[in-house]
Design a protein around this ligand. Structure first.
Ligand code: ZN
Length: 494
């Protein structure tokens, strides 16, 4: 980290997060019917007088956005306000053609979309509830495109396609105590958002975070627009260390707004912190107030799927999984769905197979997905293939070691029988064949055989040679038994 020593002592650190999530599953923008999918579109092609902020244009609220916000508020245990209206947040910037952003405000008679709520995280095996302050709806400004880094770019391009896209802002209380806690908070939030089906946070720019960071007793800084969840932990660590270094040199910290430069991996000062009164919030008179009744909330609630924390408890019960396994499994809804589809498709499956399936999914398959930077739905693997793989192992047709070499072909949708046929990697359990191979290996490796007299572990090297000769097909248990027997017969081991 550019020569800066990173302290792991966070006892006096206070962090509050403001997470902006684009409702990417909404087809249209928050106040007009323009296509909200700006990704890959011709710049400045999804626009109308409303999202361009032309004088005289009249915004109209997107009803689906209210439904989506209700889903998230319910999932986060927030209290939805029964009436609310929008505010204008005034500031001038090229990404904001109107000169104000339509947002919500919980002061001056206004209310947020919902208040309070919480997200449970696990830190060092202990559960902690991180309280939320509020969630609210607002429009996204246009997108600024810089050549290279924001600090060195010779010009800025503006794409108004993003202008007016619906954002939901989730504001935590300043109760997060370390960068790791922030990472866990965002991990759980991402999972909950996925379950509510309001957004795909894997899309670039779908989630942005502002972080308020301070060291107890000192002024805070706000790091703006950290452009992905992954960057947050890194940005927090850097900023905390910057503040500590200043304090160490006797400097005073000032309240300021900083920008996270993810190319150089540092925060840079943008401006002295603006205060709320600078925004001259006032009610947006072009939009009618919104009333949300209990029936509407109940209807949305009835359609909500089981949330990850409830699902983890059920998976432990239904499939005899450990708390650790079930909590990891439910984090990604698609992975958890894949798991349940798989284990339920074979009636002969019981607790052993449930655990086996979980292990294949969370180890080999997840590793493959991470390496390929893909989600499970972007591959051709089907739950049935993992079921077949497990059955082939349990019936003794292939060894676990061989099965591991099947993963990448299985992820491309190949059936297990086809892979076995192609690779010819059936398990060899014929004792005569294994004996023949053991005999050859003993003959060819007198030095290792001699080592076995003093070092019983040397037998592993001999077994390894048999595996090599049989291209990994010899059954390891039978090979071990036969190798022991033969070494005994020639008096190497007693
Ligand atoms: Zn528009």
């Amino acid at each position: 980290m550019e020569g800066i020593r990173v302290s792991s002592n966070y006892e006096d650190v206070i962090i509050g997060l403001e997470v902006h999530i684009q409702l990417t599953n909404l087809k249209t923008k928050l106040f007009c019917s323009c296509n909200a999918d700006y990704r890959g579109a011709e710049p400045n092609s999804h626009n109308c007088p409303i999202c361009l902020g032309l004088p005289g244009s009249l915004p109209v609220i997107n009803e689906r956005a209210i439904e989506f916000a209700t889903r998230l508020a319910l999932a986060l245990d927030s209290k939805i306000n029964d009436s609310m209206f929008f505010f204008r947040k005034n500031y001038f910037y090229v990404d904001l053609p109107k000169g104000f952003q339509i947002s919500q405000y919980n002061k001056a008679g206004g209310r947020a979309f919902a208040d309070r709520g919480n997200i449970t995280v696990k830190i060092n095996g202990k559960k902690k509830e991180i309280r939320l302050n509020r969630i609210h709806l607002e429009e996204d400004p246009a997108r600024l495109v810089h050549k290279g880094s924001i600090a060195t770019s010779p010009y800025t391009l503006v794409d108004y396609n993003r202008s007016g896209v619906c954002l939901i802002e989730i504001v935590s209380e300043p109760v997060i105590r370390s960068p790791e806690e922030a990472r866990e908070f965002l991990k759980q939030l991402k999972s909950i958002v996925q379950y509510t089906r309001i957004s795909n946070l894997d899309l670039t720019g779908a989630a942005r975070v502002d972080a308020n960071i301070s060291i107890k007793g000192h002024e805070r800084s706000e790091v703006k627009n950290i452009s992905s969840f992954k960057e947050v932990e890194r940005a927090l660590k850097w900023e905390i260390q910057r503040q500590r270094n200043l304090l160490k040199r006797g400097k005073k910290l000032t309240q300021e707004t900083r920008h996270w430069d993810d190319k150089r991996r540092i925060t840079i000062s943008l401006r002295m912190k603006e205060f709320e009164e600078d925004y001259r919030y006032f009610p947006e008179q072009d939009l009618v107030p919104i009333a949300i009744d209990k029936d509407f909330i109940q209807q949305v609630k009835d359609k909500l799927p089981e949330m990850p924390n409830e699902r983890a408890i059920r998976l432990q019960r239904d499939y005899n999984l450990s708390e650790f396994d079930s909590e990891n499994l439910v984090l990604d809804k698609d992975i958890a769905d894949f798991y349940e589809d798989g284990v339920n498709s074979d009636p002969s499956f019981g607790p052993n197979e449930y655990k086996q399936f979980c292990n294949w999914l969370m180890n080999d398959i997840l590793r493959h997905l991470n390496e390929q930077n893909k989600t499970i739905t972007e591959t051709k693997v089907q739950p049935k293939l993992v079921v077949d793989l497990i059955n082939n192992i349990n019936e003794g047709k292939i060894t676990t070691k061989i099965a591991k070499t099947f993963i990448s072909e299985m992820m491309n949708g190949s059936s297990i029988s086809k892979i076995i046929e192609k690779k010819g990697k059936k398990r060899i359990s014929n004792e005569e064949i294994i004996e023949g191979n053991c005999k050859e290996v003993i003959k060819e490796n007198p030095k290792i055989v001699e080592d076995c007299r003093k070092n019983p572990k040397a037998i592993e090297a001999l077994i390894g040679r048999v595996m090599g000769k049989t291209k990994g097909q010899a059954d390891p248990e039978i090979t071990r038994r036969i190798m022991f027997k033969m070494l005994k017969q020639i008096g190497i081991i007693i």
